[in-house]
Design a protein around this ligand. Structure first.
Ligand code: ADP
Ligand code: GLC
Length: 482
C-alpha cells in the first residue's frame, strides 16, 4: 500500500465570492479562482474559501449546513461565532457569522468604523475557525484590506500559538487605494497593536492593507502591469517606498474570467446566443435592446456601453464630458452602473437631455450586465487606474470592443488597434483626459464604419483566451514555492 500524496491545504479568505456575494471584480475572482485551482489541481490541493455570512447570502439561502459555534477573545471581548459550510463549484465555502458581521449587514456598510469592526473580527474569526475545525492549513491566501489583518495577526497575536506555526501567507492586491483607513478604532477595540516595521510609513503602521502587505510572504497584484505601477508614486498610494524595498516579494498575475458563466454561446441571460463561428445572431441582441430603449433601431448605429461602479477610479466624467461633443456623429449610449450620487445624477441628466440616444440604468443588475456585454459594439473603460478589470474581458468575449486607458490590467489584456491592427482586440490610449478619450473613441467609431475590419477585431477579441487556467497555474506555482 502506498501513502496517498499529501495535499497542500489552502484557505482563500475574501469579503466577496460570486455567486454568493459580489459587489465587483473581487467577487468574480474569489468565486472563480479557487474553483479553477481545484479543478486543475484536485490531487495536489485542498482549497477552501471563507466568507463573512453576509445578509445577501442569507437571502440567497444556498444549500448549506451548520458546523457549530465557537468563541474567542479579542482584547477584553468575547466574540461568539457561528460557522456554516456551503460550496461553490465544488470548493467548500465556510460562512462565518457573529454580531459584527450580521449587524444588519450589507457587504460593505460604507461606514469605516462598522466596516472596520466587521472585517477586523472576520480576519480573526477566520483564523479561529481553522482551530475550531482542527484544520491546519499550509497557506492562507488573503485578499484586499478586508482580510489583510489575518496575515498580520499570524505575525503578532498568534505568533507563538502552536496551532498556527508554519503557515505561509499571500495577500492579493485588487485595489491599493482601498486600504481600510478608518478601521483604527475598531482595530484597537479588538486588541490589534501598531506595527514596529520601520520600512512602513507612519500612517501605514496601523492600517489594514499595509499591515497585510508587510506581513505576507508574497504580495500578488492582479495584473503584471499593476504590480509594476504600484512601485511608483503615481499608483503606490504612499506604499511605493515599502513596495520598492520589498519588491522581491511583489509579483503580478493577470486575473481570468469564468468562461462557463461568461459564454455567449450558452448564456441564458441573453436572447440570442452566438459565437465567433455562429456570429450572425449577435446583432439581434442589439436590435432588441434598441427597441426596448426607444432608440432608432438600426444595426449600423454603433451602440456604446458601460457596466461599472460609478466611482472616480472608472473615469466616468471623461465619458459624460465627451459625448456631448460628439453629437454630430451617429451613436447611441447605454450606461449600467451605480455608486457615487453625483455621478449617478450627472448620468441621469445627460440621458434626460438626449433621450433619443442616451440611457442610464442606475442600479446593480447582473442580468442586464450580460445583455449589455452581448449587445454593445463599443465598451467604454476610461479608468484612471485599473488593477486588472474584468469588464473589458467579458466585453471582448462577447464581441464588444473596449476603448480603454493604457493602464494596469487593461494594458495587459487588450491588444491595441493602432499598434497591432492584425491582432487587435480593442483601443488603448495613454492620455487619461477627456481629450485622450475623445480621440480614442473617434478612432473606434471610424473603425466601426468599416465592417470588414471591425468584424476581424471582434473575432480576435472573442477568441482571446481569458480562461482562468493559465493564471491558476501561476498561483499554484506560488503556493508550491512557498
Ligand atoms: P471593479 O472590481 O473595480 O468594479 P472589474 O471590472 O474587475 O471592476 O469588475 C466589475 C464587475 O462588476 C464585473 O463583473 C461587472 O460586470 C460587474 N458590475 C459592475 N457594475 C455593475 C452593475 N451596475 N450591474 C451589474 N454588474 C456590474
Ligand atoms: C478590483 C479592481 C479591478 C479588478 C478587481 C478584481 O476591484 O478595481 O481592476 O479587476 O478588483 O481583481
Amino acid at each position: 500500500m502506498h501513502e496517498s500524496k499529501r495535499k497542500l491545504k489552502v484557505l482563500f479568505a475574501s469579503a466577496e465570492a460570486a455567486p454568493f456575494a459580489k459587489m465587483g471584480g473581487l467577487g468574480d475572482v474569489s468565486g472563480a479562482l479557487p474553483a479553477s485551482l481545484l479543478q486543475n489541481y484536485k490531487d495536489e490541493l485542498d482549497i477552501r474559501t471563507i466568507l463573512p455570512f453576509h445578509e445577501v447570502i442569507k437571502k440567497l439561502d444556498p444549500p448549506m449546513k451548520k458546523i457549530g459555534d465557537y468563541a474567542f477573545s479579542a482584547s477584553d471581548q468575547e466574540i461568539e461565532c457561528q460557522l456554516f459550510v456551503s460550496d461553490i463549484d465544488g470548493v467548500p465555502v465556510y460562512l462565518v457569522d457573529n454580531d459584527y458581521i450580521n449587524h444588519n449587514s450589507p457587504v460593505y456598510h460604507g461606514d469605516w468604523y462598522l466596516d472596520g469592526l466587521k472585517y477586523a473580527t472576520f480576519s480573526l474569526a477566520l483564523l479561529e475557525a481553522m482551530r475550531y475545525l482542527d484544520w491546519k492549513i499550509d497557506i492562507l491566501h488573503a485578499n484586499d484590506w478586508h482580510t489583510a489583518l489575518a496575515p498580520y495577526a499570524l505575525k503578532t497575536t498568534y505568533q507563538n500559538d502552536l496551532f498556527y506555526q508554519g503557515i505561509k501567507t499571500i495577500l492579493s492586491i485588487h485595489n491599493l487605494p482601498y486600504n481600510g483607513w478608518g478601521s483604527q478604532d475598531a482595530m484597537a477595540r479588538l486588541g490589534f497593536v501598531p506595527s514596529h516595521d520601520q520600512d512602513l510609513p507612519d500612517w501605514a503602521r496601523f492600517t489594514p492593507l499595509p499591515l497585510g502587505v508587510a506581513s505576507a510572504d508574497k504580495v500578488i497584484a492582479v495584473s503584471p502591469g499593476y504590480a509594476r505601477e504600484i512601485l511608483t508614486p503615481e499608483y503606490g498610494c504612499g506604499m511605493e517606498g515599502y513596495l520598492q524595498k520589498h519588491s522581491n516579494k511583489v509579483m503580478g498575475i493577470l486575473n481570468g474570467i469564468d468562461v462557463n458563466i461568461w459564454d455567449p454561446e450558452t448564456d441564458e441571460q441573453i436572447s440570442h446566443n452566438f459565437s465567433a463561428e455562429a456570429f450572425s445572431e449577435r446583432v439581434n441582441n442589439k436590435l432588441d435592446l434598441q427597441k426596448a430603449l426607444d432608440f432608432v433601431v438600426d444595426e449600423n448605429i454603433p451602440l456604446l456601453t458601460i457596466v461599472s461602479r460609478l466611482s472616480d477610479q472608472k473615469g466616468i466624467p471623461a465619458i459624460l464630458e465627451t459625448l456631448p461633443q460628439l453629437l454630430d456623429r451617429d451613436w447611441q449610449f447605454l450606461l449600467l452602473g451605480s455608486g457615487s450620487p453625483e455621478l449617478e445624477q450627472a448620468a441621469d441628466q445627460l440621458s434626460a437631455e438626449h433621450p433619443d440616444r442616451i440611457a442610464s440604468i442606475l442600479k446593480y443588475d447582473e442580468v442586464i450586465s450580460h445583455v449589455l456585454y452581448a449587445s454593445g459594439d463599443i465598451f467604454l473603460m476610461p479608468s484612471l487606474y485599473e488593477p486588472c478589470g474584468l469588464s473589458q474581458m467579458f466585453a471582448m468575449r462577447y464581441g464588444n470592443l473596449p476603448v480603454a486607458t493604457e493602464t494596469g490590467g487593461l494594458a495587459d489584456s487588450i491588444i491595441d488597434f493602432s499598434r497591432d491592427p492584425e491582432n487587435a482586440t480593442g483601443f488603448l490610449y495613454e492620455d487619461k483626459t477627456a481629450e485622450g478619450f475623445l480621440r480614442s473613441l473617434t478612432l473606434a467609431l471610424d473603425t466601426f464604419a468599416d465592417p470588414g475590419t471591425w468584424h476581424k477585431l471582434q473575432k480576435n477579441a472573442m477568441e482571446a483566451d481569458f480562461a482562468w487556467k493559465k493564471s491558476a497555474a501561476k498561483y499554484y506555482d506560488v503556493y508550491k514555492s512557498l
